[in-house]
Design a protein around this ligand. Structure first.
Ligand code: ZN
Length: 401
């Protein structure tokens, strides 16, 4: 994790406060001594910061204590107060709206029943997003938790600066959809919008164990990546980076909507893959999870998965040669890929990596099952809070009455 140490200078008060929150969020209850050592702050500076946070009701001293054998004392630990603020998250996928409230540790406090999308227009979708966002603020109020903001993770392409969903393929013809403004007007909250793959990667980085240099690969109708380098999201100059689904894995393959031939998602996109298993095995599964469960042990399904694993491995090898990640995290529907398929992807990727004699890149599953984009939505708020890019005193909170 990057940015571990603090500063004794008073002008960096906001950064130090943010860092205390981050350490508590990612490490659990912790003593003042441990915190001051982690942050490189004097005990006095650290105590001033934590006292402020206690006075504001964010932190509490816990009754739990740990023995410090060297000095024989039992220091009091600091922890988040039971009614510390939470963040709301909304995930707009091609077929559903999902909603969540998370605490500062990324734990789920509440989840909305998903809302199925069909035949939406800009107007009907606006109504659904607004109602859905309000449901989350109502829930936070019921739990007595202040809200620090609402994060939205969504399909792309996206104008991240202005929070506008531009012209997504295959999405009812909805375009130029000002999703941030809609959620802001509905709730009065600070709203942050990000591509769903990027948000998923941020959740893995902050609350998972993926490290500071990895690729999150989300397999859905399309296939996208969230690239984390040196602990930060790399989204590209326009926020459009990570389109691994459009790496060509067969120059003579079918034509893709992007104009190239043989793009990865034409073979490994979840609808294509489900259809291929159904066809090979005479099934009528409606999801990849179902298709894999129903075709278990069937050599015809195995042949389909082996072929797709080879193509995914090839595309990931191209991405890995370019970015040299520590690991690759497979998420979204790829969470349901069988172990054997993950091994095949990892084997193929590592067999043709340019620097294969020097390192091996593990391929692992998301720590959030197929829901990284949902946790990731709420995480968008905390990530900014922990970097002091968004200050608790500046967010427009919807405080519980
Ligand atoms: Zn393409």
């Amino acid at each position: 994790m990057q940015i571990q140490t603090g500063s004794n200078s008073s002008k960096n008060r906001a950064e130090n406060r943010a860092l205390v929150l981050r350490h508590l969020a990612t490490r659990g209850a912790i003593s003042r001594i441990e915190l001051s050592q982690l942050m490189g702050l004097t005990k006095m500076t650290l105590s001033n910061i934590t006292q402020e946070l206690i006075n504001e009701g964010l932190l509490v001293e816990t009754k739990k204590s740990v023995a410090l054998s060297s000095v024989g004392r039992k220091p009091i630990l600091l922890d988040f107060s039971p009614n510390s603020p939470c963040a709301a998250g909304v995930w707009l996928s091609r077929r559903y709206l999902r909603g969540i409230l998370c605490d500062l540790r990324g734990q789920t406090i509440y989840e909305c029943k998903e809302e199925t999308l069909s035949k939406e227009t800009n107007e009907t979708l606006k109504k659904k997003v607004a109602e859905f966002s309000r449901r989350l603020t109502d829930a936070a109020a019921q739990f007595g938790r202040p809200l620090w903001g609402l994060g939205i993770s969504t399909i792309g392409p996206l104008d991240v600066q202005n929070g506008i969903l531009l012209d997504p393929h295959n999405f009812f013809g909805v375009e130029n959809f000002p999703i941030r403004q809609i959620a802001q007007e509905a709730t009065g909250l600070t709203v942050v919008v990000e591509n769903e793959m990027h948000a998923s990667a941020i959740a893995e980085q902050l609350y998972g164990s993926a490290g500071d240099n990895f690729l999150y690969i989300g397999v859905s109708t399309g296939i996208g990546a969230g690239i984390i380098t040196n602990g930060r999201l790399f989204a590209g100059s326009g926020g459009f980076g990570g389109e691994v689904g459009h790496i060509s894995v067969d120059q003579n393959g079918p034509l893709c909507t992007c104009g190239q031939r043989g793009c990865l998602e034409l073979y490994a996109g979840i609808l294509r893959l489900t259809a291929a298993i159904n066809e090979a095995c005479g099934l009528s599964a409606r999801s990849i999870k179902e298709a894999i469960a129903q075709s278990q042990g069937d050599p015809r399904a195995e042949a389909v998965l082996t072929e797709v694993a080879r193509r995914i491995g090839d595309a990931l090898c191209t991405a890995a040669n370019l970015l040299d990640p520590e690991r690759i995290v497979l998420g979204h529907h790829a969470f349901f890929f069988p172990d054997e398929m993950l091994k095949r992807i990892e084997g193929r990727l590592n067999s043709s990596l340019v620097f294969r004699s020097r390192k091996k890149i593990p391929v692992v599953r998301s720590q959030f099952d197929d829901q990284a984009a949902l946790v990731g939505a709420a995480t968008l708020i905390f990530e900014r809070i922990f970097r002091a890019e968004l200050l608790p005193e500046d967010v427009t909170t919807a405080k519980a009455e």
